[in-house]
Design a protein around this ligand. Structure first.
Ligand code: SAH
Length: 228
């Protein structure tokens, strides 16, 4: 179902409240708060959930995935310390909301998704709102080496460990942010790369993300054939 790309005074009012809410939860960067205040999150949600778009909560999108909670998007973005012109690689395009926030902040965004349906949807939808990241379909564990090195790398799915392929694609002085841990809860990790094997790591509390999964959805068998 195609929804209208409407962003009216009611949406803008709700968004202003959302910005106040995440500010009160501790987000201090004006650049991040401004971006959250601009991106019409309701247009990134499945139609049935539009009325919840400006609650500070995660919600289901297609392929059993979620659009992250706005506070979490803001928190990861703040840790990345985005500067206009930064080349940013995002792992896990999902709805494209986080990519839009990064784009809104003036970053050059490269985003990769392993679920074909989500990749196709985001790739056709975001440009309609004027957001033009570069979209890739593939396994984010491998990154996107063709465009490396990146100033910033953001993982938006839970991973047991930070893939060495990704830290290799980070420039010296660059920042990587990722939720690291098992299924129930992950610790937000920020790494600043000083040299090939020289990282400064800090920890920033616990979050819950959907898991990062190896390979792409093309290799999955959605329904097992029943034996006769
Ligand atoms: N950033 C998204 C939230 C994504 S939820 C948003 O703003 O909406 C995490 C996403 O990571 C899911 O869409 C999931 O399919 C994707 N993902 C999981 N493992 C991946 C991998 N190995 N490579 C790329 N994407 C992956």
């Amino acid at each position: 179902m195609q929804q209208k790309l409407e962003d009216d005074y009611r949406h803008k009012g709700l968004r202003k409240k959302l910005v106040e809410e995440i500010h009160s939860k501790g987000i201090r960067s004006d650049a991040v708060l401004d971006a959250i205040g601009k991106v019409p999150r309701h247009l990134f949600m499945e139609t049935g959930f539009v009325n919840f778009a400006y609650k500070d909560q995660a919600f289901p999108i297609a392929s059993g995935q979620t659009i992250s909670q706005p506070y979490t998007v803001a928190f990861q973005t703040e840790l990345l310390d985005i500067r206009p012109g930064d080349k940013v690689l995002e792992i896990g395009t999902g709805s494209g909301y986080q990519a839009a926030v990064l784009f809104e902040m003036g970053a050059r965004v490269f985003t990769i998704e392993r679920q074909r349906e989500l990749f196709l949807k985001a790739q056709s939808f975001l440009p309609k709102l004027g957001y033009r990241p570069r979209f890739f379909y593939g396994d984010g564990y491998k990154g996107v080496p063709a465009f490396a090195p990146y100033d910033k790398i953001l993982i938006t799915a839970a991973t047991d460990q930070i893939p060495p392929e990704l830290t290799a694609q980070l420039r010296n002085g660059g920042i990587l942010v990722a939720p690291v841990g098992g299924p129930g809860s992950q610790e937000m990790i920020r790494m600043i790369k000083h040299g090939t094997n020289d990282f400064e790591t800090t920890r920033h509390g616990y979050f819950v993300f959907v898991p990062m999964v190896k390979g792409t959805s093309n290799h999955e068998q959605p329904h097992k054939k029943k034996k006769k």
